[in-house]
Design a protein around this ligand. Structure first.
Ligand SMILES: Cc1cc2nc3c(=O)[nH]c(=O)nc-3n(C[C@H](O)[C@H](O)[C@H](O)COP(=O)(O)OP(=O)(O)OC[C@H]3O[C@@H](n4cnc5c(N)ncnc54)[C@H](O)[C@@H]3O)c2cc1C
Length: 442
């Protein structure tokens, strides 16, 4: 995936695995989550390797807008209501710690990655009351947040929440500095994992512990993540001559949930999201460009890309043991488009768990939790999968056999059930599938 980040950084190349190896910990995936986890495990004295199927940072991390923030949509009022105050406090604590750790790490490691402190805003064009409720919940949880109608946006808002002391950076320059310190095997795709043994297309790895940081977990059983997650894509334009935003913005109204931030002289303008595989009409970039022109008549698109992320049933990531029965497999997934802070939170918690240290906030993120209030979301996932499986003919996804849909915007075959994606020849782009799709049956 080519993005403004890949075009303004050059990461070192790492050789594929050449022979079978052993390690204390093997991390599958060299995105933000995997690299941070390997980095902290190494700092803790572990012998750790990273197995990356493509290149470091080439997954969804290359497509992020890289806001480092705890303003995760309207989450705090929902957490209070659905999970209770104690769990909400733990969620805040894990994310505050992650936000702080970015600043600390960048200073300690002297990483030159366009890191800057700024505020992050969530805004609504129609409903000030929901914003006020969110401010109230955030403040009760000890977050520095305030209601305001003053923003830098090119339109007026009914209300917005300002979260102070958040940040933004260049994700790949940051990853580069950490990756240079690690043992990484690129172009080494994991095809299966058994107790203590990892199979790749370049040989096997024996490891005491395995961390699945492959964005979407690649093993269907145990874990059954396919039954409790889906993926959503969204689109980003990098614009010249738009507007020099100092702060970060995200809309919360459906259909008006646009994202704004600046990187150097460019404005990153994002939106037009949808469930992966549900884009049979296309036109997302055009719609975004039309909207950009309404805001900034003279703006010019210099780059555009899209990416996707995993959405859990209750909007809290799955971080912890892959399954209750296996104490050697760990997982970091379901970041809900907040994978900068969530990756850091995951890396810190999983390192503590592997090193058998107390990890105070772990229970909130445990993949073994049963989110009773999210049963409706679970039923939606079940129905989507049943529909994808029952649909006759067409090209089938090698993951679980759902019928793929054609995505005209990106000329890819996308799975509406679990979000695997393939190019027009059927070559795998995004997991959970680990094999190419057979397109002859079209
Ligand atoms: C448009 C958009 C904007 C976003 N903006 C923000 C933002 O501003 N702030 C924020 O906090 N979050 C944001 N996010 C979310 C964030 O970008 C992601 O949550 C995060 O990058 C995910 O990181 P990751 O390491 O889990 O996944 P990835 O970066 O995808 O890394 C996973 C890696 O695993 C590798 N892999 C996969 N399968 C295998 C296999 N079988 N064997 C070996 N390797 C494998 C892949 O090649 C990949 O490199 C955004 C998301 C989107 C879609």
């Amino acid at each position: 995936m080519d993005t403004i980040w890949t075009k303004t950084s050059k990461l070192p190349a790492f050789s594929p695995l050449a022979q079978s190896v052993r390690a204390e910990v093997a991390v599958i995936g060299g995105g933000m989550a995997g690299i941070l986890t390997a980095f902290f495990l190494k700092r803790a004295g572990k012998d750790v390797i990273v197995l990356e199927g493509n290149r470091v940072g080439s997954g969804q991390t290359a497509g992020t807008t890289a806001k480092i923030t705890i303003s995760h949509n309207l989450i705090y009022e929902k957490l209070f209501r659905e999970a209770g105050e104690e769990k909400a406090r733990k969620y805040v604590s894990a994310n505050k710690r992650a936000l702080k750790m970015y600043g600390r790490l960048i200073q300690e490691e002297q990483i030159d990655c366009d890191f800057r402190e700024c505020s992050s805003y969530l805004y609504s064009l129609t409903d000030a009351e929901q914003i006020k409720r969110e401010v109230e919940a955030a403040v009760r949880l000890g977050i520095e947040a305030e209601f305001t109608t003053k923003t830098e946006l090119p339109f007026s808002v009914m209300g917005s929440i300002c979260y102070q002391k958040q940040a933004a950076f260049h994700p790949l320059l940051f990853l580069k500095a950490l990756a240079e310190q690690l043992v990484i095997y690129e172009h080494t795709k994991v095809t299966g994992v058994e107790e203590g043994k990892i199979y790749t297309d370049h040989g096997n790895v024996l490891a005491d512990a395995v961390v699945f940081a492959s964005h979407y977990p690649i093993m269907n059983t145990p874990g059954y993540y396919f039954a409790r997650m889906h993926q959503e894509r969204s689109y980003v334009l990098a614009l010249k001559q738009a507007q020099p935003f100092e702060h970060l913005y995200l809309g919360v109204d459906p259909g008006e949930d646009f994202s704004f931030r600046n990187f150097r002289e460019f404005t990153l303008f994002g939106g037009e999201g949808h469930r992966t595989g549900e884009n049979e009409t296309g036109g997302q970039y055009k719609k975004l460009e039309r909207r950009a022109k309404e805001y900034w008549r003279d703006c010019e698109t210099i780059d555009r890309w899209s990416a996707q992320d995993c959405m859990t049933l209750d909007a809290i990531p799955y971080i912890g043991l892959y399954t209750g029965k296996n104490k050697k497999w760990y997982v970091e997934t379901g970041f809900g488009k907040w994978g900068m802070t969530s990756s850091m939170a995951a890396a810190l918690m999983i390192t503590e768990q592997i090193c058998q240290k107390e990890s105070g906030n772990a229970a909130v993120f445990s993949p073994q939790r049963v989110p009773i209030r999210a049963l409706k979301a679970a039923a939606v996932e079940g129905a989507k999968s049943a529909k994808g499986l029952a649909a006759p003919g067409g090209i089938r996804c090698p993951h679980l056999g759902c019928k793929l849909t054609w995505n005209p915007e990106e000329e890819t075959w996308d799975c509406p059930c679990h979000g695997s994606r393939f190019d027009k020849e059927g070559n795998l782009i995004d997991n959970p599938a680990v094999r190419n799709a057979a397109v002859e049956g079209k």
